[in-house]
Write a protein that binds this ligand. Structure first.
Ligand SMILES: *[C@@H]1O[C@H](CO)[C@@H](O)[C@H](O)[C@H]1NC(C)=O
Ligand SMILES: *[C@@H]1O[C@H](CO)[C@@H](O)[C@H](O)[C@H]1NC(C)=O
Ligand SMILES: *[C@@H]1O[C@H](CO)[C@@H](O)[C@H](O)[C@H]1NC(C)=O
Ligand SMILES: *[C@@H]1O[C@H](CO)[C@@H](O)[C@H](O)[C@H]1NC(C)=O
Ligand SMILES: *[C@@H]1O[C@H](CO)[C@@H](O)[C@H](O)[C@H]1NC(C)=O
Ligand SMILES: *[C@@H]1O[C@H](CO)[C@@H](O)[C@H](O)[C@H]1NC(C)=O
Ligand SMILES: *[C@@H]1O[C@H](CO)[C@@H](O)[C@H](O)[C@H]1NC(C)=O
Length: 624
C-alpha cells in the first residue's frame, strides 16, 4: 500500500507541469538586410535573414560599437520610401517580451551618417536616438523595451525625423517571465518598460547575459560596467563564492552580477551615484545587493538607508538580515517620478561605516498608446491600394500612433468610449493619386472631412459614402470622376461643403442636396460633363430609369425594322406595278384583272415615287 502510494507520488512529480522557466522561451533574432541566416560569435547565436522583407534597402553595415552583434548587414529606410517603416512579426505567442533593436551605420563614406530617428513598439514611442549616439559604446546603440504581446504580432516601427535615414542592424524578440520586473500596482496595465540602463557596479567590462551564462528567461540583458561611482569615493570588492537566490523567478539575474560590488570608504561613508535622466518621467528603479564583503558576517552588522533624490525610499536596509545569509542576492525595487534631469541614489550607512551595492537597473515607465480601431486600419489599407498611394507617403504601422508620427493625410481622434483612435479626416489633396474610390471608404465611419481635390481619381463616387453620416466636408474637385452623384449623398445631413467641380460627372444632382443649399451649405458642381436638376444648373430632361432606357432602345430598333420592312415592301410592289403595266400593254385581259388594284397603287406610286427619291437621297437621315 505504502509502496504504491510512493510510486504514485513519484509519477506525479515526474509528470507535474514543470515551472514555466524550464521551458525554452520564444526567441527570434533578425539580422536586417541579411540574405542568409547568420551565426554570430562568440556564442554562435542564430540570426534569421530578412530577405522576405520588401521595404527599405539592404546594405553593408558599420557597427558603431563592440557591443553590437557582429553582423555585416543592415537595412536602411530612405525618406522616399515614407516616414514610417515597420517590421511586423507574426505568430508571436502571448507573453512578456524583451524587444531590442540595434542601430547600425551605412558603410558608405559619403553617406550622411548617424541618423536620428524615433523607434516605436506596438505603436508606442519608446526611444528617440540622441545626437552623438554612434560615438558611445553603451546602451545608446540599441533601444530596448519590456512589453506584453497579446495579439500574436509584434510591430516595430522606425520614424524619420528628417535627420538621415533610419538604419537597423538587428532585432531581438526574447520571451521573458510573465512577472518579469513586477513592480506592484499598475504592472502590466498598459505599461511598457523602456530599459534606460543596467549597471554592474565594480565590473570592469560590459557583459550580456549570454556572457554570464545567464538563464534564458532573463532575456539576455546587457550590463554596462560601472567600475566606480567616481572620485575614488569607493572600492571594488569581488568574490568567487557562489551567490544564492540570484537566478530565480521572475528576473533570473546572473549570479556573476553579485560577485563584484562597490563599497564606500572611511573618508566618504555615503555611497552616491547620479544619473542623467529625461525630466518629468516615471522610472522603475531596481537595486541589487549581496553581502560579499568578508568584513561583514552576520545580520545587523551593515545597515543603511537608500535615498532617491534626497528622499528616503528604503530605511534600514540590512542585506544579510533581509536576504537571510551572506553571499545571497537581495533585490529592491521602487518607482520614482523624476522632475529634474538627474536621479541620485544615495546609500547612507546607519550602522557600520560602509554601504555596498552590486548593480543598478533603471527602467522608464511608459504608458502604452491606445491603437486605432482595427476595422478603420483595414479600410485605410484598402484605400491605400485602391488610390495607388505614392510610396513616399508610407502608411505603415498604426495610422494614429505614436501620436508624434501619424500617417500623413490622416487625421485622428481619440474615442474614449472605445479606448481607440478613429479617423475623422482624410486630406490627400494634390498627391498625384491615380486610382479609384473603393466602397471600403465607408468603413471609416467617423470621417468628418475628406479632401481628395486635385488628383486623377477616376471611376464613380461610391454610393456607400452616403453611410458616413458624420461627413461634413467632401471635396473631390478636380479629379476624373464620372457617372452620376449617388442618391445616397442626399442622406448626409451634416454635409456643409461639397465640392465636385472639375470632374466628368453627369446626370441629376440628388434633390435632397439641392434642398440643403437653402441652409447655407456650400456646394460646387461646375465644370462637369453634364450635371443638372438644381438651381444654377440646367434643367434635366425627363428622368429615365435604366428600364426606360432599354425600352427606348428596343423601341427604336423595332421602329427601324418596321421602316426597313415597309420600304422593302413598297419597292417590291413598285417593281410589280411596273411589270404589270408592261404586261397590261401586251395582254389586256390579264392586266384588267388587276386594274382596280393598280389604280390604288398608282396613286400611291405617284406620291411614293417622290418619297422614294427623297429617301434614296437622304438615306442616312431616315435611319437616324
Ligand atoms: C565597409 O565595407 C567594405 C567593403 O565594401 C569593407 O572592406 C569594410 O571593412 C567595411 N567597413 C566596416 C567598418 O565594416
Ligand atoms: C517590487 O516591489 C514591490 C513593492 O514595492 C513588490 O511587491 C514586488 O514584489 C517587487 N518585485 C519583485 C520582482 O521583487
Ligand atoms: C507618473 O506617474 C504618476 C502617478 O502614477 C502619473 O500621474 C503621471 O502621469 C506619470 N507621469 C508620466 C510622465 O507618465
Ligand atoms: C461616448 O458615449 C456617450 C454616451 O453613450 C456619447 O454621448 C458620446 O458622444 C460618446 N463619445 C464619443 C467620442 O463617441
Ligand atoms: C482641399 O484642398 C484644396 C487643395 O489643397 C484646397 O484648395 C481646398 O480648399 C480644400 N478643400 C476644402 C473644402 O477645404
Ligand atoms: C467612367 O470611366 C471609366 C473609364 O475611366 C469607364 O470605364 C466607365 O464606363 C465610365 N462610367 C460611366 C458611368 O460613365
Ligand atoms: C466652383 O469651382 C470653379 C472651378 O471649377 C470655380 O471657378 C468657382 O469659383 C467655384 N464656385 C464657387 C462658388 O466656389
Amino acid at each position: 500500500m505504502l509502496e504504491s502510494r510512493l510510486l504514485l507520488l513519484l509519477l506525479a512529480l515526474f509528470f507535474a507541469p514543470r515551472p514555466s522557466f524550464s521551458r525554452a522561451p520564444y526567441v527570434l533574432r533578425i539580422s536586417c538586410g541579411a540574405r542568409d541566416d547568420v551565426h554570430s560569435p562568440p556564442s554562435n547565436t542564430l540570426w534569421y535573414k530578412d530577405s522576405y522583407y520588401t521595404g527599405g534597402i539592404p546594405y553593408s553595415a558599420t557597427r558603431p560599437s563592440f557591443i553590437s552583434p557582429s553582423l555585416d548587414t543592415l537595412r536602411y529606410f530612405p525618406l522616399s520610401e515614407g516616414p514610417e517603416n515597420c517590421y511586423n512579426i507574426n505568430r508571436v505567442p502571448h507573453g512578456h517580451y524583451l524587444v531590442r533593436i540595434y542601430f547600425g551605420l551605412v558603410n558608405e563614406s559619403n553617406f550622411d551618417n548617424e541618423p536620428l530617428f524615433d523607434v516605436s513598439v506596438e505603436g508606442t514611442l519608446i526611444y528617440s536616438l540622441p545626437s552623438g549616439w554612434s560615438n558611445h559604446d553603451n546602451e545608446q546603440v540599441f533601444a530596448e523595451a519590456l512589453i506584453v504581446l497579446k495579439d500574436g504580432t509584434a510591430s516595430i516601427c522606425f520614424h524619420s525625423t528628417g535627420h538621415g535615414d533610419p538604419a537597423i542592424l538587428a532585432i531581438e524578440i526574447l520571451q521573458i517571465d510573465n512577472k518579469a520586473y513586477y513592480y506592484g500596482k499598475g504592472y502590466g496595465q498598459g505599461t511598457i518598460l523602456r530599459t534606460d540602463r543596467r549597471l554592474s557596479c565594480g565590473a570592469r567590462d560590459p557583459k550580456f547575459g549570454a556572457d554570464y551564462s545567464a538563464n534564458h528567461w532573463g532575456g539576455d540583458r546587457f550590463w554596462d560596467a560601472l567600475p566606480t561611482f567616481g572620485q575614488s569615493s569607493d572600492l571594488v570588492v569581488s568574490t568567487k563564492n557562489g551567490i544564492k537566490k540570484a537566478s530565480v523567478s521572475p528576473n533570473f539575474y546572473p549570479e556573476a552580477l553579485y560577485q563584484t560590488a562597490l563599497v564606500s570608504t572611511d573618508t566618504q561613508p555615503d555611497l552616491a551615484y547620479t544619473m542623467e535622466v529625461e525630466p518629468t518621467r516615471n522610472y522603475s528603479l531596481w537595486l541589487h545587493f549581496a553581502e560579499i564583503d568578508p568584513a561583514v558576517t552576520g545580520a545587523g552588522e551593515r545597515v543603511f538607508d537608500v535615498l532617491i533624490n534626497g528622499d528616503v525610499k528604503f530605511r534600514d536596509v540590512d542585506i544579510v538580515g533581509m536576504a537571510g545569509d551572506v553571499n545571497t542576492a537581495l533585490v529592491l525595487n521602487t518607482t520614482v517620478a523624476v522632475n529634474g534631469r538627474s536621479l541620485t541614489i544615495t546609500l547612507h550607512p546607519t550602522k557600520g561605516n560602509h554601504a555596498i551595492i552590486s548593480a543598478i537597473e533603471l527602467l522608464e515607465l511608459i504608458s502604452a498608446e491606445s491603437k486605432t480601431l482595427p476595422d478603420e486600419i483595414k479600410a485605410l489599407q484598402k484605400l491605400k491600394g485602391a488610390l495607388g498611394l505614392p510610396v513616399r507617403l508610407g502608411w505603415n504601422g498604426d495610422p494614429c500612433v505614436p501620436e508624434q508620427h501619424p500617417w500623413s493625410g490622416v487625421d485622428c481622434r481619440y474615442n474614449r468610449n472605445i479606448s481607440k483612435y478613429v479617423i475623422d479626416g482624410l486630406g490627400l489633396d494634390n498627391q498625384g493619386l491615380k486610382g479609384f474610390l473603393p466602397n471600403d471608404i465607408s468603413r471609416l465611419h467617423h470621417l468628418q472631412s475628406i479632401n481628395l481635390s486635385g488628383n486623377s481619381i477616376s471611376g464613380v463616387i461610391p454610393s456607400s459614402l452616403g453611410t458616413v453620416t458624420s461627413l461634413e466636408i467632401l471635396d473631390l474637385s478636380f479629379n476624373s470622376l464620372n457617372g452620376s452623384i449617388p442618391e445616397s449623398l442626399g442622406q448626409l445631413s451634416s454635409l456643409r461643403i461639397l465640392d465636385l467641380n472639375g470632374n466628368s460627372l453627369s446626370g441629376r444632382v440628388p434633390a435632397a442636396l439641392g434642398g440643403r443649399l437653402l441652409y447655407g451649405a456650400s456646394f460646387n458642381f461646375t465644370d462637369n460633363a453634364g450635371l443638372c436638376g438644381i438651381p444654377g444648373l440646367p434643367a434635366c430632361g425627363p428622368h429615365l430609369s435604366t428600364g426606360a432606357k432599354i425600352g427606348i432602345g428596343l423601341g427604336s430598333c423595332v421602329a427601324l425594322l418596321l421602316i426597313v420592312t415597309c420600304l422593302t415592301c413598297w419597292w417590291k410592289r413598285r417593281q410589280n406595278i411596273l411589270r404589270t403595266q408592261k404586261i397590261a400593254a401586251r395582254d389586256a385581259p390579264y392586266a384588267k384583272a388587276r386594274t382596280h388594284f393598280n389604280r390604288d397603287v398608282q396613286m400611291a406610286r405617284h406620291h411614293g415615287n417622290e418619297h422614294a427619291r427623297t429617301a434614296a437621297e437622304n438615306g442616312p437621315s431616315l435611319l437616324a
